[in-house]
Design a protein around this ligand. Structure first.
Ligand code: MN
Length: 571
């Protein structure tokens, strides 16, 4: 591709004239660096960075990010390029290219590859979110062209894309990108299902579309009467992967999926959103429990919209999504929209300028520091990430009305530790919607949670079984002074040495061994202290099934009469 052809494409995405000279130089450098390289498909390598940079331009990213797209593989190819970039293009571009290169390098190393890259990636997020956006576009283009790779490699990349990159796109609110990554991964990982779902949708879509057009005409008339002027009304087809997931949930019953095609009403302002919602609900009966106000309570990734499903006929359900143009742009490109439409015109580095909406990123950063202090391994970090950041979330409220975002299954203690470790450590009771509830109560979206504290209150080992978040667990462990020395998450079983401190009375050993016997855990070795000595622990070596079992053993041992302290190390 020549510069002229490339420039034409940039103009299509409204890249400013003033940035063209800068981009032309980056384009020429990229051409030079990748001159003789080929991709596995036989194409010139340069087609890849060009495609990535155009995806970034389409997202309306700034010139430095688009240039970084052009040069993202350049340093990998010739390391001295980074110096050239710094000298000729400045600090910012070299910082971005370096960030992407660092993430890539980790890919090339041994067994911990995916794991380490996750970690690095998130550290990169902390430094500059644009590095992550570049990586997402890089992965998207690789997935689009993955067909020419050997099957095994293809599947590995697809799996990583599905579990990791799609989750990240989701967390950044980049729905569109997430949908593309998921569908492409599905195509290579589950080809039969992919074909089935896409064929079914093809069969079903035309009739549905025709029906929605009819609904749309009715709606337009009523909106006009209510003096609401929509900017746009369109359809949104559910992407294949999410249709498949929903179909699985409904045991293959297509008729139960009401949002395969949703109607989207885009209006000029928030007032019109609620106005349009009123019109929809006046025309058709809403389906109970399907209305969601993500304008008042945005999703943690910042997504805002009103969702509702209505019966347009006795047994026909249609889903509506109502939002402003600004919300729409953000829904399409998520965090990237903040670069594109920032009022100042020039985006600042990092996420801090993004305000409260992307709070979770700074949360993640704090929390990573916390875990590092405790020597947590990368496996544990990844596991914690998955649990706390990539599963379903719930939204609960503080008495003041602040929205707190927690993983599904969280309890009042998770909430307490999320607010502050002191509140967690001294929690004595919890009020949910004004009523006293036990600590084992599973929080639900919309709950107002108030934690009652008492100065003399302390955490107990039982709390470990009540909390869901890794943060709360680690804080409780800290308070109880239980320090796991090593990760327990790898699949091979680990030897654990449990040290029991206490008075070695008659029957003491028997009480201890019966804890293991009840759970059918074989004791491999038991070193008993001299009777009467409290300083030398009784040491029991065993192979517990997993962390939960180990925690249960510790909990039981602590309850034995005369036991003062229980600690363990993993070998
Ligand atoms: Mn690349």
């Amino acid at each position: 591709m020549t510069w002229e052809e490339y420039e034409k494409k940039l103009s299509k995405f409204n890249v400013a004239e003033k940035d063209k000279e800068f981009l032309k130089r980056a384009f020429e450098l990229a051409l030079r660096v990748h001159k003789d390289e080929k991709r596995l498909s036989g194409e010139d390598f340069i087609t890849h960075p060009i495609a990535v940079s155009l995806k970034l331009a389409k997202l309306k990213m700034d010139a430095n990010t688009i240039a970084a797209g052009l040069l993202h593989d350049a340093v990998e190819c010739s390391p001295e390029t980074l110096k050239t970039i710094k000298k000729n293009f400045g600090e910012e571009l070299s910082f971005l290219v370096d960030g992407v290169t660092k993430v890539d390098r980790i890919h090339a190393t041994g067994a911990d590859r995916a794991l380490e890259s996750v970690k690095k990636m998130f550290l990169a997020v902390a430094e500059d979110i644009r590095v992550v956006i570049i990586k997402l576009m890089d992965r998207l283009h690789n997935m689009e062209t993955v067909g020419s790779l050997p099957q095994e490699k293809r599947e590995r990349i697809a799996r990583e894309t599905l579990t990791l990159y799609a989750s990240i796109a989701d967390r950044l609110g980049m729905w569109n990108i997430k949908a593309q990554l998921e569908d492409l991964s599905m195509k290579y990982l589950y080809p039969k299902e992919y074909e089935y779902i896409s064929n079914e949708i093809k069969k079903f879509a035309p009739g549905r579309e025709k029906y929605l057009k009819k609904i749309l005409r009715v709606l337009e008339v009523e909106l006009k009467k209510a003096e609401i002027k929509p900017v746009e009304i369109n359809y949104r087809e559910k992407h294949l992967y999410s249709a498949w997931q929903k179909l699985e949930r409904y045991e293959g019953d297509w008729s139960r999926i009401s949002d395969l095609i949703a109607l989207r009403i885009i209006v000029p302002d928030i007032k019109s959103c609620y106005g349009a919602l009123g019109v929809v609900h006046k025309l058709w009966k809403p389906v109970p429990g399907k209305f969601k106000d993500y304008i008042a309570l945005p999703k943690p990734n910042g997504y805002q919209s009103l969702h509702t499903s209505v019966f347009t006929e006795p047994r026909v359900i249609v889903e509506f999504q109502i939002r402003t143009l600004e919300m729409h742009r953000e829904a399409e490109s998520g965090i990237a929209a903040h670069w594109a439409y920032s009022e100042a015109g020039k985006p600042k580095r990092g996420f801090k300028s993004m305000g409260k909406k992307f709070n979770w990123i700074s949360q993640l950063q704090d929390w990573n520091k916390e875990l590092k202090k405790e020597n947590t391994s990368s496996e544990e970090f990844l596991e914690a990430l998955k649990i706390d950041f990539f599963k379903d979330r719930i939204f609960v409220l503080t008495p003041k009305g602040d929205v707190i975002d927690l993983p599904k299954g969280s309890t009042p203690l998770d909430f307490a530790y999320h607010i502050h470790s002191e509140i967690g450590n001294h929690a004595s009771g919890a009020k949910i919607n004004g009523r006293m509830m036990s600590f084992s109560w599973e929080l639900r979206s919309g709950n107002v949670v108030e934690i009652i504290t008492q100065k003399n209150k302390k955490p107990s080992v039982e709390w470990l079984t009540l909390v869901r978040t890794a943060l709360a667990k680690s804080k409780i462990r800290q308070a109880l002074r239980i320090y796991p020395k090593k990760s327990f998450l790898s699949s091979d079983k680990k030897l654990a040495e449990i040290r029991i401190y206490g008075k070695n009375r008659i029957g003491f050993i028997k009480d201890i061994t019966s804890v293991f016997a009840k759970r059918k855990i074989n004791i491999q070795n038991l070193i008993s202290a001299r009777s009467g000595s409290e300083e030398v622990p009784i040491r029991v070596t065993c192979v517990p099934k997993d962390k939960v079992e180990l925690e249960n053993i510790v909990l039981r041992l602590k309850k034995i009469e005369g036991v003062r302290k229980v600690a363990f190390i993993l070998k």
